[in-house]
Design a protein around this ligand. Structure first.
Ligand SMILES: Nc1nc2c(c(=O)[nH]1)N[C@H]1C(S)=C(S)[C@@H](COP(=O)(O)OP(=O)(O)OC[C@H]3O[C@@H](n4cnc5c(N)ncnc54)[C@H](O)[C@@H]3O)O[C@H]1N2
Ligand code: MOO
Length: 594
């Protein structure tokens, strides 16, 4: 050991994290200056970083893939350093679902991803035209008006930008949470009645308001005795809840119930099965009697003023019980950060079977519960269709701490998230993350104290975005303690992406993490049977390898008080206007294990 104090080690770790975040933000900003977001400003270059380097150390800054490198580019305009277009890795290739277990990088002549996927031809270019072409732009000369974008059937020109390394993106989100929490300060503290406090975090330490137990208490049903036996048993017993029991003299016993107050002179409690009385009413012990046995002395658990729990502790049912026992009627808590969800997409139905090219909205029913489990209060879930005006209005008028959008993050003709952020002059803090699925996810500061997480529309990609960007931010905003990462060994090998981190649904069985099938970006079947997502480094992981596991934020809505009414916004153009019906979870677990 170096002899450094825990405080100085923590300060060093914090400083390292801060500098990683600063570097990540600087890179994003460089990308912006280079035209990634709000072009027209002079760009600054960053030297190309070595390709394929490890990118998943938490403190490592954003992974930069040179935007100007010659050769092919991926679909967001980033060149891939090995000269291949990696854009379709895993989008349409689900290694756990294929007979062909050859990793895509090893498959010569694999087919290019059909440009027709978005209906209007390839939205990305592999040629230099894209990497040198006009970037997404807020200048008047470059019309990004939503009306125009909505009217366009051509793919939107996507900017060059830089995907943050997965861990760096999480660090940026965490820092955003810290900044927002600092702005909220003590205004976020609330004294909340116990019955409304479940799931919140403590804003202050939980300090005992009394001794526990607050009087000497019998731990058993039996007799309380004074001095050595045998004892004369009194006629009147002592029940729990009775105050001021009559004093006992040596040689006396009295029947007592568990939880009853023990007379001060008592020396022991004898359990009813360990004593017997004779015809004269005298009590004899059936085994040795120890001094103080089966008496819980006052203050055994805590003394008044003792700290029972630190600030940041999650209020669980047990915490509610402890707080009540220690004398609390209300708890000092951190108010849940308020979140608002905007579900984008004209193709979404809220009930019935998919039909006529329309599909069921899988995110509206899922996200509010997960956001709540992550510590947020979901004030509304609104379906805005693919209407850029509605999105602009909704984002502008939201007073939530966190706006979550789903869909519209990529470069399709109706992907309005980037243009909207551009129009409100938001700060784009994370614009794409080197993670699969979910790489178009983004994080922006929309106004002081308010952030927007843009989740990709593909459902598993949205879950990935939720855990990558929303979770670290909400954790800090909700006052929860820093997550302690844990690992589990993989039961079977998992293919990796050549450059990006993968998040793969796993079930925890015994000590192992079992990778699940049906883990494609558009699928929920795997994650519905999962306990967590395994973090797979570029290149993959072998059987037995220890991988970090991200827990899934399972629904936890004890009060049911969130106003996540699920309706069609009046401005939206969604495929139907019904109220969503949530169906039960299907039994996808069996047969999903690899
Ligand atoms: N030319 C490019 N195309 C795509 C790119 C790209 O970089 N360039 N990225 C692909 C990846 S990766 C993802 S992920 C998606 C992200 O797309 P968006 O965030 O713009 O989402 P949408 O296009 O609106 O939807 C994608 C997909 O997901 C379905 N969807 C949307 N919302 C829901 C919902 N609430 N419930 C269920 N399914 C939903 C939607 O119908 C689409 O099928 O873009 C790729 N394309
Ligand atoms: O394939 Mo996208 O990265 O699913 O999220």
């Amino acid at each position: 050991m170096s002899g450094q104090s825990a405080e100085s080690l923590a300060a060093q770790a914090r400083a390292a994290e801060d500098s990683a975040v600063d570097e990540a933000l600087a890179l994003v900003n460089e990308g912006r200056r280079a035209g990634a977001f709000g072009a027209g400003r002079p760009g600054g270059g960053r030297p190309r970083e070595p390709h394929g380097g490890s990118e998943h150390h938490p403190l490592q800054p954003l992974q930069a893939e040179a935007a100007t490198a010659a050769g092919s580019s991926d679909r967001l305009g980033r060149p891939s350093a090995d000269g291949t277009d990696s854009s379709d890795f895993l989008d349409h290739w689900d290694p756990n679902d294929r007979q062909d277990e050859t990793a895509p990088a090893d498959r010569p002549g694999r087919e290019a991803r059909p440009g027709a996927a978005h209906g209007t031809g390839p939205a990305h270019s592999t040629g230099p035209a894209h990497s040198t072409g006009p970037a997404h732009n807020t200048s008047p000369a470059h019309d990004t008006s939503p009306e125009r974008q909505a009217a366009s059937t051509a793919p939107v020109e996507r900017p060059r930008h830089r995907a943050a390394a997965w861990a760096a993106a999480r660090a940026v989100a965490q820092r955003a949470g810290r900044d927002a929490a600092a702005l909220r300060g003590r205004t976020a503290e609330r004294r909340v009645p116990l019955d409304l406090a479940l799931g919140l975090t403590l804003a202050e330490p939980l300090v005992a308001l009394c001794d526990l137990p607050s009087f000497d208490t019998s731990a058993m049903d039996g007799w309380v005795v004074a001095g050595p036996g045998p004892w004369d048993v009194r006629a009147e017993g002592i029940l729990a809840g009775q105050d001021g029991p009559e004093p006992l003299s040596d040689g006396e016993a009295v029947r007592i119930a568990t939880g009853a107050r023990v007379p001060r002179e008592a020396t022991a409690v004898i359990r009813s099965e360990h004593g017997r009385t004779d015809a004269k009413g005298r009590l004899f012990p059936l085994r040795d009697v120890g001094h103080g046995q089966d008496i819980r002395p006052r203050g055994q658990e805590c003394r008044s003023g003792d700290q029972l729990l630190p600030p940041g502790a999650l209020v669980t049912p047990a915490v509610l019980g402890l707080a009540a026992a220690a004398g609390y009627d209300e708890l000092p808590t951190v108010a849940r950060p308020r979140a608002e969800v905007f579900v984008l997409g004209d193709e979404l139905l809220t009930m019935g079977l998919p039909r006529d090219g329309l599909i069921r909205d899988a995110l509206g029913p899922m996200l509010p519960h997960w956001l709540r489990a992550l510590g947020a209060e979901v004030v509304s879930v609104r379906r805005l269709g693919d209407d850029p005006k509605a999105l602009l209005k909704a984002v502008r008028s939201s007073d939530a701490d966190l706006v979550v959008t789903t869909g519209g993050t990529a470069s399709g003709p109706v992907d309005h998230v980037h243009p909207t952020l551009s129009r409100i002059d938001a700060d784009l803090l994370v614009d794409g993350v080197a993670v699969r699925p979910g790489h178009p996810m983004l994080l922006a500061r929309t106004k002081p104290g308010q952030y927007l997480v843009g989740l990709p529309g593909n459902p598993l990609a949205a879950v990935s975005g939720l855990l990558t960007l929303a979770e670290p931010m909400l954790r800090v905003l909700a006052g929860r303690p820093v997550h302690e990462a844990y690992t589990a060994p993989l039961r079977s090998a998992v293919h990796g992406h050549p450059h990006d981190t993968r998040l793969v649904p796993v079930a925890l069985r015994g000590d192992e993490a079992v990778p699940l099938h049906y883990n494609g970006p558009a699928m929920l079947r795997g994650v519905a049977a999962a306990d967590g997502l395994a973090v797979v480094a570029p290149g993959g992981a072998r059987a037995g390898q220890e991988l970090e596991i991200l827990d899934l934020p399972w629904s936890w809505n004890p009060s049911g008080s969130d106003a996540h009414g699920y309706g069609q916004d009046s401005a939206g153009k969604g495929a139907d206007k019904g109220r969503g019906k949530e169906s039960g979870k299907g039994g996808a677990a069996e047969g999903c294990f690899t």
